[in-house]
Ligand binder design. Structure first.
Ligand code: ZN
Length: 292
């Protein structure tokens, strides 16, 4: 078993990331697996080095130690040649085309294939898309059960590289998960909708194997929206400054998604116990962490 923790350095670490880390390290430790750290800094405009260092520092403070990917740091921004090669591979077997549509022009998530037959040159300022044909993608999610997606109807032709020359999340993450031999993708429920298109892209890249998926609950604000980096009251930095210990922060995150009943300190080394068996996740009995 090999999974990954893949933050984007577009902000500081907050409780939402801590929840993801709890599931990633907890399921990995319960299943005897390894955790790979991957900096998803494919978007060169939004990512900043200071966020990267603060994420690494907070992770270390919390005690989440990756088994791989830290020395040297594994960054998507260093893998341009790898993505370029995957792009050429897709080009050889599928219809990849340049697209000059703006976000505003597309209006919404689904791209109807406006540029599919325009034969535009792949010049600077144009994105690159791949034609996605009809058909279902089905997968069994550890937490959500069986899910069916229809990528052609959900998102249409996928963007591989955007108009600013950035590789897209969907493309980079699919290539990385294949090449880094990830067997278990453990991430928040908000990313479940990406799975069908990633499975399709994976197959278009010539891979018949597929990882297992576990999309876990998110911490929601009272209004039901997901947490964001602008919610300062849940930032790991702020909680540290307020005097909380790593176990306090992890305990708070675990309680916020109902992994434990009450807010109490929880140390990284006890997380495996939350997931007694990887195939039958349930809330285990948590012993009070002794590492305060
Ligand atoms: Zn277009």
């Amino acid at each position: 078993m090999r999974t990954r923790f893949a933050p984007s350095p577009t902000g500081h670490l907050h409780l939402g990331h801590v929840v993801n880390a709890i599931y990633v390290w907890g399921l990995a430790r319960a299943g005897g697996g390894r955790v790979l750290l991957r900096m998803e800094d494919h978007d060169r405009i939004r990512c900043r080095p200071e966020y990267e260092s603060s994420i690494l520092e907070d992770l270390e403070w919390l005690g989440f130690a990756p088994d791989e990917g830290l020395h040297p740091l594994l960054r998507q921004s260093d893998r341009g040649a790898v993505y370029q090669e995957a792009l050429e591979q897709l080009r050889a077997a599928h219809h990849v085309y340049a697209c000059d549509c703006s976000r505003r022009h597309i209006m919404g998530e689904r791209y109807v294939g406006f540029c599919r037959d325009r034969h535009l040159a792949a010049d600077f300022g144009r994105g690159l898309r791949i034609q996605i044909d009809e058909g279902l993608e089905t997968f069994d999610d550890l937490f959500l059960g069986t899910i069916e997606h229809e990528p052609a109807r959900q998102c249409g032709d996928l963007l591989l590289r955007d108009r600013d020359g950035n590789w897209t999340y969907q493309f980079a993450v699919t290539v990385d998960d294949v090449l880094q031999q990830i067997t278990d993708v453990i991430r928040g429920e908000d990313l479940a909708s990406s799975t069908g298109r990633q499975l399709r892209l994976r197959r278009m890249l010539g891979n018949t194997d597929r990882p297992r998926f576990a999309h876990h609950p998110l911490i929601l604000k009272p209004g039901g929206e997901k947490l964001s980096k602008s919610d300062a009251d849940v930032g790991v930095r702020e909680l540290r400054q307020a005097g909380l210990s790593p176990a306090d922060v992890i305990g708070r995150a675990a309680a916020a998604v109902g992994l434990v009943e009450h807010v109490e300190p929880l140390a990284v080394q006890d997380l495996g116990r939350l997931f007694v068996a990887k195939d039958a996740p349930r809330v285990g009995r948590i012993h009070r962490a002794s590492s305060r």
